[in-house]
Design a protein around this ligand. Structure first.
Ligand code: NAP
Ligand code: MG
Length: 498
């Protein structure tokens, strides 16, 4: 599909949006970058340019942080009652929902993901998350605390918003990641500088417009598009109280170092190499599509992707046949086409990276069960791929590929400690899934796995109420649920001698 065809397919609302100037949101105003620079955004299905977007730099981060600081300290925002704050966050969920089709389409265009997924997952999850977090605004409380020292005391704890937060997000779920970050921070009463990924800035810019439409005061949410430069400036900024990052473990470590200057609070949601473990008694009619979804959903560009599939030898061949059939059923095409199930990867860089891993797997002796190559020669498509005969030392088994590529690993015993050890043999610890009819076994194994999320007979399952985050090098802190509110608040203890 060429550029003209892409455009012809777009709704009037998005044609209009794409044609606008895409600037930075600072203090409630849309402004050019101080440098005047812009960068190109590409359609990953065609490789063609779709827009130019303001390229923010460190000086724009300074302006945005100053606006966020003013809004936090003096603005009407900091004086809003919890019900009013909660209502605004909830209202943003309603505004998003009113624009659901348009946002799903924009996401499919910019990221390349199937529009059916954007409609079914990215947008509704974002709406639900805003409402869920908005509900917490009125429930952020402290405790009365009894004091043992002599005298009469009145002591209590309270939770206060942490302050100005920098939020740096990736390109795999551009809108959802933006909402995932801003919803709990807003519910807690923080102000924000958001840095979207350079590959996919469009839905965050549209979200910025909708945030203003919903009635948030100027400076509460600021959005600075650009590459790693504004991200690094944000992480290092002396007047930022907390930085929240989702992305690669490599950049996560740089964030920690940058944050050390003023010891700002840090939360990180990083990579994964999550095991999916299939027992011989698993219901294969569930495990086959489940494991396929675990790796092929969003073209494998999920931090929780089930990229190491451990299958008991009694069901290994059936699983391989079933998975190959599932892979064959997935229609590959541009995200904007309604029946597409596998869209392009997000960028040329990711295409090179993923095909590089396929090459490395072959060179190191892995066998390709299905897929194994780029699809077509236009856009950044990769075939859904299953590799077998891998060994634990291979790069494809050790490293996060972030593409539709699963390593299927055969095992032959039922020793849970050994299975757990193999599942845990990674620097990551984000998620794991267990596939069995024996629920006792499943819960025993769940305790042994070092992962922030353990799923039983399902993979890639997230809910607004379930704490989400990583063990080991998969991150610090938990998002979703009340734990997300804790991430954006400080506890103050107040003690009075009466
Ligand atoms: P990345 O570099 O970690 O990018 C994530 C975000 O961090 C982007 O907004 C990025 O900006 C920004 N950034 C880059 N360098 C920075 C720095 N020094 N300081 C502060 N922020 C910085 O991810 P990537 O390069 O796009 O992807 C590489 C690999 O990361 C993938 O192949 C995958 O393995 C992993 N990844 C993981 C997730 C996840 O959900 N955990 C998501 C995406 C990627 P720019 O976009 O401008 O570089
Ligand atoms: Mg990068």
């Amino acid at each position: 599909m060429d550029h003209a065809a892409t455009h012809g397919r777009l709704s009037a609302a998005n044609r209009d949006f794409i044609a606008r100037k895409h600037r930075l949101l600072i203090d409630g105003q849309w402004v050019e970058a101080r440098s005047g620079k812009t960068f190109a955004v590409y359609d990953p299905a065609s490789g063609q340019q779709i827009a130019q977007v303001a390229e923010g730099g460190a000086e724009d981060i300074d302006r945005a942080v100053a606006a966020a600081r003013r809004a936090f300290e003096d603005g009407p925002w900091s004086r809003l009652k919890p019900t009013e704050r909660g209502k605004l966050v909830w209202r943003l969920g309603d505004v998003l929902e009113a624009h659901a089709d348009e946002l799903a389409e924009l996401e499919a265009l910019d990221n390349g993901k199937p529009i059916s997924d954007a409609r079914a997952v990215d947008v509704p999850f974002g709406c639900e998350l805003l409402r869920y977090m908005g509900g917490w605004s009125t429930k952020i409380t402290g405790q009365h605390i009894p004091i043992s020292a002599p005298g009469e005391w009145h002591a209590y704890s309270m939770r206060e918003p942490v302050g100005v937060v920098g939020q740096i997000i990736p390109w795999n779920f551009p809108l959802l990641m933006a909402v995932w970050k801003i919803a709990p921070a807003l519910a807690a009463g923080c102000t924000i500088v958001l840095k979207p990924a350079e590959q996919t800035p469009l839905s965050a810019i549209r979200l910025g417009e909708l945030i203003m439409e919903a009635g948030f005061p100027p400076g509460v949410v600021n959005i600075v598009t650009g590459d790693g430069t504004p991200g690094a400036a944000l992480a290092a900024h002396r007047d930022v109280d907390k930085v929240a990052f989702t992305g690669s473990t490599e950049v996560g470590k740089m964030i920690v170092q940058a944050a050390a200057g003023n010891l700002k609070k840090v939360s990180l949601e990083l990579g994964g190499k999550s095991p999916a473990i299939v027992f011989p008694d698993a219901d294969l009619s569930v495990a086959i599509p489940g494991a396929a979804n675990g790796i092929f959903f969003n073209m494998g560009q999920c931090c929780t992707a089930g990229s190491r599939l451990f299958v008991h030898e009694k069901v290994f061949d059936k699983m391989m046949t079933g998975l190959s059939d599932e892979a064959a059923k997935l229609k590959i095409g541009p995200g904007l086409e309604p029946d597409t199930r596998i869209g392009p990867l997000v960028s040329e860089e990711q295409l090179q990276r993923v095909t590089g891993y396929l090459e490395s797997g072959r060179q190191q002796g892995a066998e390709v069960v299905t897929g194994g190559n780029r699809h077509g020669n236009q856009g950044y498509f990769v075939q859904p791929t299953i590799l077998t005969r891998t060994t634990p030392e291979m790069k494809v088994v050790r490293e996060e590929i972030f593409g539709p590529v699963v390593c299927a690993i055969r095992y032959g015993d039922d020793d849970l400690d050994r299975i757990a050890k193999e599942g845990n043999a990674t620097d990551y610890g984000l998620a794991a899934s267990i596939w069995t009819r024996d629920i006792g076994i499943a819960h025993k194994l769940a305790r042994k796995l070092k992962a922030g999320s353990v799923w039983i007979n399902v993979h890639n399952f997230n809910d607004v109420a379930l704490p989400f985050g990583g063990y080991k090098q998969s991150g610090w802190g938990r998002e979703m649920g009340y734990e997300a509110i804790e991430l954006y608040t400080e506890t103050k203890a107040v003690a009075a001698l009466l």
